[in-house]
Design a protein around this ligand. Structure first.
Ligand code: COA
Length: 167
């Protein structure tokens, strides 16, 4: 059984991420969507919120497993018997950081490959940060995030007294 590991912060998951995860299912029997526990990023959503949003967005496809992880990604790959890390590439600007991470992971564990999938053109320009910034200021993000994520952003905006979010 070929298992791929799709890691990220997913704060929040976007349609771009889901698109990469679904295309990875063409290459692997099972794809683990691994949500980083303690990343260097300050997140808007808690770990549990991020996990629930991903779970709802992927539905109940048994070929997806949604997990949270702490510590080194390569160690988590070994624990889960994943042979490859899947990453999405949007633009040239992603390349340098992705290249560094892939080589670092490779130097720590040469058995684990990193596979890059090009982002679909309609999701090329989005990132979780740009989605959050836009949604919390009242911008529409329909079609860029799954419906449950749009709702969660709306609720977050209300909580933060940002009542100008337009649904
Ligand atoms: N569509 C939309 N957005 C996309 C995307 C796509 N196809 N592909 C990437 N992105 C965006 C993400 O939304 C995110 O946006 P943001 O910066 O605005 O939040 C950005 O691109 C990349 O973030 P993410 O995918 O979350 O990765 P990351 O660079 O934050 O790295 C880990 C996260 C979890 C992979 C990495 O930190 C890790 O492996 N941590 C574990 C510890 C470890 O092993 N460290 C050594 C590794 S070198």
């Amino acid at each position: 059984m070929r298992i791929g590991m799709y890691p990220g912060t997913f704060d929040p998951v976007t349609c771009g991420h889901i698109n990469i995860a679904e295309r990875a299912l063409e290459l692997f029997d099972k794809v683990i969507i691994a949500i980083a526990h303690d990343n260097y990023k300050k997140t808007l959503f808690t770990l549990e919120e991020r996990k629930q949003m991903v779970e709802k967005a992927v539905g109940n496809n048994p070929r997806f497993e949604v997990c949270v992880f702490d510590g080194l990604l390569v160690d988590f790959c070994m624990e889960k018997n994943a042979t490859a890390i899947i990453r999405g590439l949007r633009a040239v600007s992603d390349y340098e950081w992705e290249f560094q991470m892939a080589l670092m992971n490779k130097s720590m564990n040469p058995e684990i490959e990193t596979i890059f999938l090009m982002s679909e053109h309609k999701y090329m320009f989005i990132s979780s940060t740009i989605i959050k910034n836009s949604a919390l200021l009242g911008g529409k993000v329909t079609d860029l995030v799954p419906p449950n994520v749009e709702k969660a952003l709306y609720q977050k905006a209300l909580q933060e007294n940002n009542n100008h979010y337009i649904k």
